[in-house]
Design a protein around this ligand. Sequence first.
Ligand code: PGA
Length: 252
Amino acid sequence: MRKYLIAGNWKMNLVPSKAKEFAEELVDNLKKINDDIIVMVAPPFTALEGVSNIIKGSKIKLGAQNINDNEDGAYTGEISADMLLDIGVEYVIIGHSERRHIYNENNEFINKKVLKALSKGLKPILCVGELLSERETGDTEKVVREQVVKCLNGVSREQMVNLVIAYEPVWAIGTGKVATPEQAEEVHAFIRKLIEELYDKDTASDLIIQYGGSVKPDNIDGLMVKENLDGALVGGASLKVDSFCRLVNFNK
Ligand code: PGA
């Protein structure tokens, strides 16, 4: 049975001292989590170690927001897989639309990061999703197919058990415009079918596919009832204790 992954992407918010306070409150409020739910938070790099120490022993897992595709060396300003692993990071968000569109990361570059993360034992959350203009021209499936195929190039069937895909329509991120459960389900089902085509039926049915884009306490329940939606990758609504805890405890 697939689990749900509810993940908070804190983006460039919370200085380390505030991040630690916030993590303490989350630990206090999330002592009981259903067995079929995995909870993860992805603080900014400078807060990772502090948050790691606080959530150790709790049910909350640690994620990073980016990774470099090289092992180590002269890459000023970059963070390697080993640096993340050394402080207890388990998941890493790769190919987020803000990295694709603000920092010009393309599918080939994202693929290198996915391969590096997997080879080091980190679990990538590979983000895919179309722009509003691409949805309007009917190109959603074409764009998502290309992103999935290119970003998973060279990823083995065995490695797929450690990978998560997040479908995040770019027009829904931070805009308050959530995809309807039906719109999301359509793309999630398409992605699962594509994974079956690229790998096999078991790999496809075991894959966690999160939805992301303006997920809030008042819309999560309607999204999570859909068959192919296995959790949420949440930005804005993950930055308040009450709201994040409500998301973790969504009604099934
Ligand atoms: P949002 O961000 O929940 O603020 O829309 C989602 C994301 O960027 O993953």
